[in-house]
Design a protein around this ligand. Structure first.
Ligand code: SAM
Length: 222
């Protein structure tokens, strides 16, 4: 897998490896990765491995993503101060916290997670990190969050089996960016930019691996 190729036991932790590999390269993102410590977002049982550039279990058969992959997605997404961001599959809350740090107090992150216990875990971790510009919900994020749309950025951390879900494209602001893995066995990261109300462009980055985006037809948050 694209991200896995760069795995090695990091001397000085994943941050040094992300910087050396060049995947983490823009100043606001570097500062966010320095401020938001991944160790505070994982269960105590795997905390010894927090500094490694590998995915780690967070319970309920789910993982916190590999730091390389999170850096790659956020560099492609380039969240800006003041943005409204939808984060689908908030899990541990680590990527949510990075997004909240990047959009700052004028921005807001809407974080949705389908597993109630993980939603609570992520919310607790984000609050402990001192971030107050996040609203959490439990539900099926493949339907988006219509009441909070449009979003300048949409970050999806689980793989849609066949295509980018239409509700997510509909809820993207004009000029906005959406990143999502698509595919069943291995995935391509698809970066969608909404050029105008009717026109979307796509860039594709192959060879990633994510847990599936499970569409359970629960209602979206009101
Ligand atoms: N960003 C997370 C983190 O930093 O820990 C990544 C967690 S994991 C790779 C992806 C998450 O997506 C899992 O917690 C999973 O339960 C969640 N998920 C899967 N399908 C979903 C859906 N339809 N709506 C919301 N969350 C979903």
């Amino acid at each position: 897998m694209r991200g896995r190729r760069s795995v090695r036991v990091a001397e000085g932790g994943y941050l040094r490896e992300l910087l050396q590999s060049g995947v983490l390269r823009t100043s606001p993102l570097i500062a966010a990765f320095e401020r938001i410590d991944r160790a505070a977002f994982i269960p105590a049982s795997v905390r010894d491995a927090a500094a490694l550039n590998i995915p780690l279990p967070i319970g309920h058969a789910q993982t916190i993503s590999q730091p390389w992959t999170v850096a790659f997605m956020l560099e492609a997404l380039q969240p800006q101060p003041g943005d409204a961001v939808l984060d689908v599959g908030s899990g541990s809350g680590w990527a949510t916290a990075l997004l909240a740090d990047l959009v700052g107090p004028r921005g807001h992150v809407y974080a949705i997670e389908r597993i109630p216990a993980l939603r609570a875990f992520g919310e607790r971790n984000v609050l402990r990190a001192g971030l107050r510009n996040v609203t959490f919900a439990t539900g099926d994020g493949s339907r988006g969050w219509p009441a909070a749309a449009p979003f300048q950025r949409i970050h999806v951390a689980a793989a849609a089996p066949r295509a980018v879900p239409e509700p997510l494209k509909e809820q993207l602001a004009v000029g906005g960016r959406l990143i999502i893995p698509v595919g069943e066995w291995t995935q391509t990261l698809v970066l969608v930019t909404r050029k105008d109300p009717e026109q979307f462009t796509e860039r594709r980055y192959p060879d990633f691996q994510f847990v599936p985006l499970v569409s359970d037809h629960e209602s979206s948050p009101a």
